[in-house]
Design a protein around this ligand. Structure first.
Ligand code: UDX
Ligand code: UDX
Length: 482
């Protein structure tokens, strides 16, 4: 099938390379010349697993780049709109890019097209797109508007696309449903998975991929509700972690206990600095705004956002607690991306924490495997040095802060780490290390929702707080689950 994708951000680029991988003829358009230029050289503008391989496989073949929206519309049956929907000052989704694309499609329509919303948008957007197209001269019988939300996590976006839990298509007529079903058939009939060159499955397939056909409005709501629910799960476990800290319980044990209930599940129960990224923060605000506009005050979402913001404050308090005064302190930082596996720093809790620490007079030595270029644009270079390895970040630092869950941090050489630090203090905002292992190696270790170790600072005297970091002592001893 001939498909065009408008917008080559995370969502658009992954969608385009994956449709090409499924055998469709894809045209990718973006109005940003820098992105187009990078792609023309075969370079991925984003750090995303398998995108470089798929670009290599399909660019110039099944995947063509276009610098004309009109041309790419002209060549396709289905047009997937994946332009940004950033938040406005009121927290609503800014739909002006979606509107301008709809206007341009309308101006260039000559035969039947399906305009498919991929961007995360409020309910009623499909109706508005239809209206804008009609107002701009598109004949009603020449187009349909559908919603096909994405559930792509950065870092695993390609396998999320090719091995989805479900595909949701929201349409308001059969013709449109059938076309979208056809586009996804290689996944729903399993033929893609029989191919010798298929991108490997991230987990064993347990059956055919389910395609859920809904109305456009339901599909739009499914997307917001899914992200809001996941964010709620994260805030819930963060609130539980706070309680664990107050009573001296261990959130890992609590998480195991509640996550083993199949109705709850283990995923998205990792406490820490809270959620960030280009989706959850903006989608929650937008969902709240949409609900309010539709007459419902979705206060639960307010609390989810409130708990999320508090996590950063709580972490900063732990840093102050461990070091007493912050002015002039040298802090090693591991991680700047909003989560591991990506170079994206949009709404990154790590960046927010570093900003606050710089404002409080700290000097930062930061390491991130992929996000330094993007982080530098926000954080600049005053009082922050970007270093080449995790161990370099620790060099002579008064404490090491773990802010992003990059897998490579788990396997750090702890003996070397200890040697590099000025004080062996590690404050872990992502629970990357085992507290017992840290205690054994002589670290003073604070994480989220787990008792600090050691409970007493070894050899502590009544000297200055700089010699004796002021640690909380759990109210009761650690209880091991048998
Ligand atoms: C975006 C939205 O933010 C998200 O809510 C939605 O689910 C999917 O689209 P992302 O792909 O990460 O996610 O956004 P971004 O990186 O901003 O990419 C959008 C792309 O569209 C950019 O490359 C931009 O240059 C392009 N664009 C934007 C156009 O081609 N035309 C426009 O009019 C506006
Ligand atoms: C999210 C959704 O998962 C995806 O379906 C959607 O379409 C786009 O938005 P993404 O933003 O890439 O994907 O990241 P995700 O893996 O969902 O993590 C979001 C944030 O939550 C990150 O900051 C992450 O560190 C945090 N998180 C996630 C936690 O704090 N705890 C968890 O248990 C899981």
């Amino acid at each position: 099938m001939r498909i065009s994708v408008i917008g080559s951000g995370y969502v658009g680029l992954v969608t385009a390379v994956c449709f090409a991988e499924l055998g469709h003829e894809v045209t990718l358009y973006d109005n940003d010349p820098a992105k187009q230029h990078a792609l023309q050289q075969g370079l991925s503008p984003i750090h995303e697993r398998y995108v470089p391989e798929l670009l290599k496989r399909h660019l110039g073949g099944k995947l063509k780049l276009s610098n004309s929206l009109a041309d790419s519309v002209g060549q396709s049956v289905a047009i997937f709109v994946a332009v940004g929907t950033p938040p406005t000052v009121n927290g609503e989704a800014d739909l002006s890019y979606v509107e301008s694309v709809a206007r341009e499609i309308a101006a260039n329509i000559k035969d039947y097209k399906i305009v498919v919303g991929k961007s995360t948008v409020p309910v009623y957007t499909s109706e508005w797109v239809r209206r804008v197209m009609l107002l701009n001269g598109a004949p009603a019988d020449l187009f349909d508007v559908a919603s096909n939300p994405e559930f792509l996590r950065e870092g695993t976006a390609v396998t999320d696309f090719l091995y989805p839990d479900r595909i949701v298509i929201g349409t308001d007529n059969l013709r449109c449903t059938e076309t979208l079903q056809q586009i996804y058939r290689p996944l729903t009939d399993g033929s893609y998975y029989q191919r010798g060159d298929a991108i490997p499955a991230p987990k064993p397939m347990t059956g055919a991929v389910r395609l859920i056909a809904t109305t456009a409005k339901s599909a739009e709501l499914i997307k917001y509700a899914s992200n809001a629910f996941l964010a709620m799960k994260i805030s819930f476990i963060n609130a539980v972690a706070t309680l664990c800290e107050s009573v001296g319980a261990d959130v890992d044990q609590v998480k195991e206990g509640i996550g083993s209930d199949s109705r709850i599940g283990r995923q998205f129960l990792n406490p820490g600095l809270g959620y960030g990224g280009s989706c959850f923060p903006k989608d929650l605000s937008a969902y709240r705004a949409v609900a309010r506009e539709c007459g419902y005050d979705f206060r639960l979402l307010e609390e989810v956002m409130h708990i999320n913001n508090e996590q950063r404050e709580r972490f900063l308090r732990k840093v102050r607690h461990a070091l007493w005064t912050l002015k002039g302190k040298r802090l090693g930082v591991l991680g700047l991306a909003f989560k591991g596996g990506t170079d994206d720093v949009r709404e990154s809790p790590a960046v927010a924490v570093v900003k606050s620490l710089i404002d409080e007079g700290c000097r930062i030595q930061a390491y991130d495997p992929a996000a330094v270029t993007n982080a530098r644009e926000i954080l600049g270079s005053q009082n922050i040095e970007y270093v080449a390895s995790a161990l370099d970040a620790a060099k002579d630092a008064d404490a090491l802060l773990v802010l992003t869950d990059w897998e490579e941090f788990r396997t750090l050489d702890l003996v070397e780490l200890h040697k590099r630090l000025h004080y062996p203090i590690v404050i872990d905002g992502r629970n990357m290390f085992n507290p017992d292992a840290m205690a054994e190696r002589g670290f003073i270790y604070t994480s989220v929702g787990r008792p600090d170790v050691p409970h007493e600072i070894p050899g502590a005297t009544n000297g200055s707080p700089r010699q004796k970091p002021n640690f909380r002592t759990p109210a009761s001893p650690t209880v091991k689950v048998p």
